[in-house]
Ligand binder design. Structure first.
Ligand SMILES: O=C1O[C@H](COP(=O)(O)O)[C@@H](O)[C@H](O)[C@H]1O
Length: 260
């Protein structure tokens, strides 16, 4: 398991609707804080259920109160498919979130979908390095890796986060900012993903977890359940520089409450 650098908070909420409401307020509050402090807000999205759980953020009051012009959007992982494909995390976010708020299109960092997985990972990494050069992204004083303001993560039932899977060695990558995989155990197989050094350099990380199918893995990450095969899955490696906040509904927290 990762050593926690920052604070860890676990929010045990009742329903998925409560998680959606709490997540919207959390993101809006952080947006205000970071924009006040540094004039911009860099946000890293996942795919999966996260985008639907963000739905309250694009409704009143947040739709009108958040300064969307200062947001910058990135993806912690992406499936290497055309951006208009149904498997694309960009398309998911575009349909459910980005099309509903006025974030400047020049601040939205989709992958280059004309590249191979290896090429798309190298291209995304190069673009992140340019943003470090142009001072949009600071470097973490702790790790030396780019430091995003907020990372919004989901988790799979196998404990994967981003496209860092338990059985794939790229979860241990320590040098690259962005790596790739051509044999993801969850389809589609070709993907690119941020590495743990970048994920864990974020100021704030939200683990947004709902539903009973994730209860066992939540118990592995936060409670007393033993990891499968005795090997800690990727979800146990997540650690933010300032604060890691787990947003759980009662189904996701069900085993935690009984065994923890
Ligand atoms: O494949 C992926 O899965 C994870 C988890 O998705 P969820 O549907 O269980 O929330 C997601 O975080 C990741 O971005 C995505 O590419």
């Amino acid at each position: 398991m990762a050593t926690q650098k920052g604070k860890k908070t676990v929010l045990n909420l009742d329903s998925e609707e409560d998680v959606a409401n709490a997540l919207a307020k959390y993101a809006a509050d952080l947006s205000e804080k970071f924009i006040k402090e540094k004039g911009s807000f860099t946000v890293v999205l996942s795919g999966g259920t996260l985008i639907d759980t963000m739905r309250k953020l694009v409704e009143p009051p947040y739709k009108d109160s958040v300064d969307w012009s200062k947001w910058w959007i990135f993806w912690v992982d992406e499936r290497v498919v055309p951006l208009g494909h149904d498997d694309s995390n960009y398309k998911l976010a575009s349909d459910g979130f980005l099309s509903k708020v006025p974030i400047p299109s020049s601040n939205i960092y989709a992958i280059n979908d004309k590249e191979s997985p290896e090429g798309a990972a190298a291209d995304y990494e190069a673009r992140l390095k340019q943003l470090v050069e142009s001072k949009v992204l600071p470097l973490s004083a702790v790790s030396g890796f780019p430091k995003f303001d907020l990372m919004l993560l989901g988790m799979g039932p196998d404990g994967h986060v981003a496209s860092l899977f338990p059985s794939r060695p790229h979860r241990h990558e320590k040098e690259r900012l962005v790596t790739f995989i051509t044999d993801s155990p969850k389809p589609p197989p070709p993907r690119i993903t941020f590495t743990f050094p970048v994920i864990n350099s974020a100021s704030e990380i939200a683990m947004v977890i709902t539903g009973a199918e994730l209860a066992y893995m939540v118990d592995v990450a936060l409670g007393s359940a033993h990891p499968p095969d005795g090997i800690p899955p990727p979800c146990t490696e997540v650690s933010a520089e300032e604060e890691l906040t787990w947003f759980l509904d009662k189904d996701a927290a069900s085993k935690l409450q009984t065994s923890g």
